[in-house]
Design a protein around this ligand. Structure first.
Ligand code: HEC
Ligand code: HEC
Ligand code: HEC
Ligand code: HEC
Ligand code: HEC
Length: 492
């Protein structure tokens, strides 16, 4: 077998070019197999390793293959021999045994061609699926996807592939994304991309093809309890517990309709926004039972100065509210609070919330300066205000510094011009954004009605900035004492 291969290889290596072709194909095939084995054994998982195995090696392999006929033709020209004469010269009589269709030569050609096809099909399908892994999307282009990669890994969708949301199902989606991917490779190579990467993402597939593969409207019912813990800026950094009962119902039962009413079957909300950036609404429409649309028009906008208001509306879907389902950026306050809650920033240091917040909220020119600035601010505060404390609690102070740095690094990415709040979250109503883009007094219908701003349409408060967390035992808002009073007396 090996002897036959060597004989064949010698035969096709008609000149230097032919030899180069043989060396290239053989060595890239062998390297590919070795790297695949190493990968299977878990020896390397790096995205660049993947690029080499799945992109570069098959490419070298094909180049090697192409060199062979070129070498053959050039040799014919150089020697003036015809193809049969060249075969006659290159291969031993044993290989050319007649008839041709039974000859070892033909067997070698067929065998190797089959091997080539298997290799190329296998390699390209491995390449396509490799290019779908989050690790590839998140790390192959260096710093470009860094903010998205960092926020993704720390999100409820950390186990969902990027392509499940960004590409979706079906052949059309796949072709779309590969074309788009080519453009991305070009734009990264030549630095043509925007920093930060703009959002909304226009090419995002419809939610029916992405989100709804895993979450579907009829699944939303009842209320969802959400506890939000904030810390005051006083010396004790007092915790403030807000517990919301979010009415997430999609309204399968008519009188229980709630937040997911917008996307329930038979309902439709659509809108046109200024610059199509989905922030300031020009008008909003809702489908009514009779099939007509009720339109709410933004009375704050002077429509006479708004030139080209297109009627190209967008139908509201998951991503209009859940625009930060995965790339969840925190604001400085949420970031510090979250780390205090996890104990990364020790709450028993005086004024730690206030000082950590000050340290991370400052404007820094780059990441290294930020790390130094945060460290200096916090250390300096305790040295000058609490110098005796600095002696005994140095470890806690260091951990506050580390927690604050972590908060900054997680959310601010200088290389991509991503700062605190570059990417706004639409899920609540901070700074009158989010739900209040539509639920406000400015959007008015012909009959004078507006879209509700009544707090209890969306949520009830179980506790509001309370010093005590909400307790399930304390039903109906009764105090602990009242609750104890209605307990049956147990026999001691
Ligand atoms: C659960 C779904 C989901 C997953 C998984 C996901 N994304 Fe996104 N991504 C979104 C949504 C939603 C947006 C915002 C779209 C909008 O507002 O129009 C977005 C936006 C982006 C943006 C634009 C910048 C921004 O933050 O708005 C980039 C770049 C991006 N994603 C890359 C990735 C990469 C890389 C991965 C995998 C590591 C990934 N995404 C995984 C849903 C997802
Ligand atoms: C491949 C499946 C999959 C896809 C696609 C997907 N999700 Fe999820 N989603 C999940 C899983 C798994 C969780 C985590 C559930 C958990 O932690 O209990 C989740 C959690 C969530 C949560 C709850 C987060 C929380 O705080 O508990 C929201 C909101 C959400 N997804 C919205 C979306 C949106 C919007 C999209 C489309 C842009 C989407 N998902 C696409 C699987 C998916
Ligand atoms: C009108 C805004 C809006 C739209 C549209 C919307 N959601 Fe939500 N969704 C919310 C809010 C608000 C919550 C509760 C807040 C939270 O969990 O942080 C929520 C909660 C969720 C949760 C967690 C709920 C639970 O029961 O645990 C999931 C999952 C989710 N949404 C997925 C989706 C998907 C998928 C779509 C599209 C089919 C969608 N949402 C459309 C606003 C919306
Ligand atoms: C694009 C505009 C738009 C956005 C954004 C929007 N809503 Fe709405 N919402 C509407 C319209 C229109 C109605 C119907 C008003 C009416 O019935 O008069 C509505 C109705 C509702 C209702 C009442 C549903 C029912 O039972 O009839 C709830 C609850 C609600 N929205 C919650 C939210 C929440 C929470 C958010 C933010 C996460 C949000 N909405 C964002 C347009 C919007
Ligand atoms: C259109 C729906 C809607 C209306 C109306 C609404 N809210 Fe909210 N509210 C939300 C949603 C959604 C959240 C975010 C929940 C989350 O963080 O996931 C929220 C969050 C909050 C929070 C917690 C903020 C935080 O993170 O600390 C407070 C406090 C709050 N709302 C107060 C109010 C008050 C007061 C009103 C009435 C003036 C009101 N809301 C009206 C939907 C609404």
């Amino acid at each position: 077998m090996l002897r036959r291969y060597v004989g064949f290889v010698k035969g096709v290596s008609v000149n230097r070019l032919g030899k180069a072709g043989v060396v290239l194909t053989t060595s890239s095939l062998v390297t590919f197999v070795l790297l695949e084995l190493a990968r299977a054994a878990g020896a390397f998982t790096n995205a660049y390793g993947g690029l080499i195995t799945y992109l570069t090696l098959p490419l070298l392999f094909v180049i090697g293959l192409v060199l062979l006929p070129i070498a053959w033709v050039r040799q014919k020209k150089a020697t003036g021999l015809s193809t049969p004469e060249l075969i006659e010269r290159q291969f031993s009589p044993a290989e050319k045994r007649l008839p041709f269709y039974q000859s070892p030569l033909l067997m070698s050609i067929l065998g190797l061609t089959a091997l080539n096809v298997v290799f190329l099909v296998g390699a390209s399908s491995r390449m396509l699926s490799f290019m779908d892994t989050p690790h590839f999307c998140g790390t192959a282009c260096h710093s470009v996807m860094h903010p998205e990669w960092v926020t993704y890994q720390d999100s409820p969708h950390a186990r969902v592939q990027c392509v499940d949301c960004h590409v979706g199902q079906g052949i059309e989606a796949i072709i779309d994304s590969k074309l788009n991917g080519m453009w991305q490779i070009i734009s990264v190579t030549f630095g043509l991309y925007e920093k930060p990467i703009p959002t909304p993402v226009r090419q995002l597939r419809p939610a029916q093809e992405t989100c709804e593969q895993c979450h579907w409207p009829s699944k939303f019912y009842g209320q969802r309890l959400k506890e939000i813990v904030r810390y005051d800026t006083d010396s004790a950094s007092t915790p403030l517990y807000t517990t919301l009962a979010l009415k997430v119902d999609a309204g399968a039962v008519p009188h229980e309709s709630g937040i997911h009413w917008h996307i329930a079957e038979h309902n439709e909300v659509r809108y046109v926004s200024v610059n199509d950036d989905r922030e300031v609404m020009i008008w909003v429409e809702m489908l009514q039972p009779d099939g007509s649309y009720k339109r709410f028009v933004n009375e704050d906008l002077d429509m006479t100065v708004m030139s080209d208001v297109s009627d190209a509306y967008r139908v509201l879907d998951c991503v209009d509210c859940h625009n930060r389902a995965t790339h969840v950026y925190e604001n400085p306050e949420t970031a510090v609070d979250a780390r205090m809650r996890k104990g990364l920033i020790p709450r028993d240091l005086p004024y730690v919330k206030r000082e950590a917040l000050k340290a991370v909220s400052q404007e820094y020119p780059d990441s290294a300066t930020a790390m130094r600035g945060i460290e200096e601010h916090i250390q300096q505060f305790y040295r000058s205000e609490y110098d005796s404390l600095a002696l005994v609690r140095q470890a806690a102070i260091d951990s506050a510094v580390a927690g604050a740095k972590h908060a900054y690094r997680r959310n601010v990415h200088h290389a991509m011009n991503v700062r605190w709040n570059t990417y706004l979250n639409h899920i609540g109503h901070e700074d009158d954004g989010g739900c209040f883009r539509c639920h406000n007094e400015s959007l008015v219908a012909a009959d004078g009605e507006t879209i509700s701003t009544d707090c209890s349409v969306c949520h009830e408060f179980a506790t509001y900035e309370s010093a005590e967390p909400f307790e399930f035992g304390g039903l109906w808002g009764s105090s602990k004492a009242e609750y104890a009073a209605i307990q049956p007396v147990s026999a001691h």
